[in-house]
Design a protein around this ligand. Structure first.
Ligand code: DC
Length: 229
């Protein structure tokens, strides 16, 4: 007889930029019929609005206030243009601007402020508490949802991540070289490290040379094996 593990209500996926969180998260969410929530979107949306309103990115209090007074919505895709979801900031569709160079360059600095993290914490926890969610980020398993039933930490070398990100950006029409992406990821890793946590009860998976489907299958298999033990 084959016992399956009780379906986890919340799945946390943490790991550095371009480690494959989004693709895996979407595969797991589709598999379980859950929603996929990429928490990096909140930090990116705040950065976008702060840049638009010329808020000083070193001013933690002003950024936290902006987080409290802004209305961010993450909805099902409203346009079939390759997006995984639609993001609105105060009613405006900012799904693609969130991936633009000016946001990419500044988001780590914004996310590093403890006051900003605190301002965005409750929103993330409310979504987590509702259950049936796969949530991706840096501190989900350790800080936001320590009770998540399944925690995955995805890792990959910075070279592999830079290669993937460069390919992704080039495919979207942004002319950026591998070396530029590598330098940017290395810089962002150093800032993000302070708020990137490997939860004690997380399963760590290194994704170098592995496709998202392969990693997805490994997790599904692992869940079956754990249930049999
Ligand atoms: O995953 P991403 O590249 O979209 O994340 C954007 C930024 O937000 C990145 O600098 C890390 C930060 N972030 C964070 O500090 N905590 C999270 N839970 C998610 C993202």
């Amino acid at each position: 007889m084959f016992l399956t593990m009780t379906t986890p209500h919340t799945i946390a996926i943490d790991g550095p930029a371009a480690s494959g969180k989004s693709t895996l998260g979407k595969l797991l969410a589709d598999h379980f019929g859950y929603i996929y929530f990429d928490t990096g979107v909140l930090y990116r949306a705040l950065t976008y609005v702060a840049l638009e309103q010329a808020v000083d990115l070193a001013n933690a209090a002003a950024l936290a206030k902006l987080a409290q007074t802004s209305n961010f919505e993450v909805l099902a895709p409203s346009v079939a243009d390759g997006r995984q979801y639609t993001v609105l900031a105060n009613g405006n569709d900012i799904t693609w601007p969130l991936r633009a160079a000016n946001v990419e360059r500044n988001v780590s600095q914004v996310a590093a402020h403890p006051a900003v993290r605190e301002a965005l914490r409750d929103t993330q926890r409310q979504i987590g508490k509702a259950g049936h969610v796969v949530m991706a980020g840096r501190d989900i398993g350790a800080v936001i949802m320590p009770d998540a039933q399944l925690k995955i930490y995805l890792d990959a070398s910075v070279e592999e991540r830079a290669q993937r990100r460069a390919q992704e950006l080039n495919a979207r029409g942004r002319a950026i070289s591998y070396n530029e992406v590598l330098a940017d990821l290395t810089r962002r890793d150093a800032i993000d490290a302070a708020n990137t946590f490997l939860a004690a009860d997380a399963i760590t998976i290194t994704t170098d040379g592995r496709s998202p489907e392969d990693v997805f299958q490994a997790i599904v298999n692992l869940m079956g094996v754990e249930a049999q033990a």
